[in-house]
Design a binder for this molecule. Sequence first.
Ligand code: AMP
Ligand code: MG
Length: 320
Amino acid sequence: MKEERLKTQKPESSLSWQTYGHLTDPQVRQAVSVQSELIWLSQSFLRNEGFVQLLPTIISPITDPLNNEVDEASINCYDNRYRLTQSMIFHKQLSLNAYEKIFIVSPNIRLERPFKASTGVHLFEFTQIDLEVRNGSREDIMDLIEHLTVYIACGLKESALNGRIDISSEMSIPTIPFEKVSYRQAEDRFGRGFEVQLSREIKNPVWLTDVPVTKREFYDRLKDGTSVLDDMDLILPQGHGEVLSGGRREHEYDRIIRRIEMKGVSQDSLRWYLDLAREGLIPPSSGCGFGVERLTKYFCGIDDIAQTRLFPKVPGTLCL
Ligand code: AMP
Ligand code: MG
């Protein structure tokens, strides 16, 4: 009754009504409920695997420089410039001095270019479940994630049976192990920009491995004697595309410096991290991060990532 009265008082096109429409959209509400279960399932799985959950670092003098172009987001604190976290990669690596296995439900701010508003997979505020394992190999992480994905899918089915969430009965449980395709093989088969086609063709998630060194950040480890990385992306079926990136990391100072020089990243912007690396305080590790919104989108069969958050931050637009 109150809603009806309010509706007649305000024009349908106002920002408030768009917001209200979004908050009460059945698809959004379904997705956010699924997301809540998905985060809880991920936390319980990782804790059972011996991971310690850390609280997120939101601001720091250093953050992931990323391989793709985004505008810098920073704030002034006590006359020091702090970056808003683009990913917690460096804090993850350093945390392994304290614990062997860690994860964070980590909010990231990435000021993506406005044209990314229409990709259906980019927001400028999103959340990763970001994890790292001391002395772990890339294969250890892939195995872990395969089991985590199945655990989440089974858990969502169970929650749907218990009436906690609403999910399509057609949602399938992925079968493991996932197929592995090297970047080179994918490019030979589908040509450049293969991700969309690969993602549309597959019925089960696929690992994309051995990405060329120029295509990723400096901290993923270069395979000796090659020009490819010991890394991986996870590609989801039905056109949902990449949901996860990760790999083995560089941890030795000389190698890190070589890679930074190759990339043209400013050493000054990473001073603190580099000082720790010089002291040998970066443990060897592997890890990965997956996008909570993109995973939600996949399990709900939603095309637009903005439908997976109550307050989506769409690149280039003013959002609540
Ligand atoms: P990255 O290491 O940069 O590939 O980021 C890890 C994961 O975070 C990606 O595989 C996506 O699932 C997610 N992600 C990265 N950027 C965005 C974005 N702008 N919007 C939503 N999710 C993102
Ligand atoms: Mg990636």
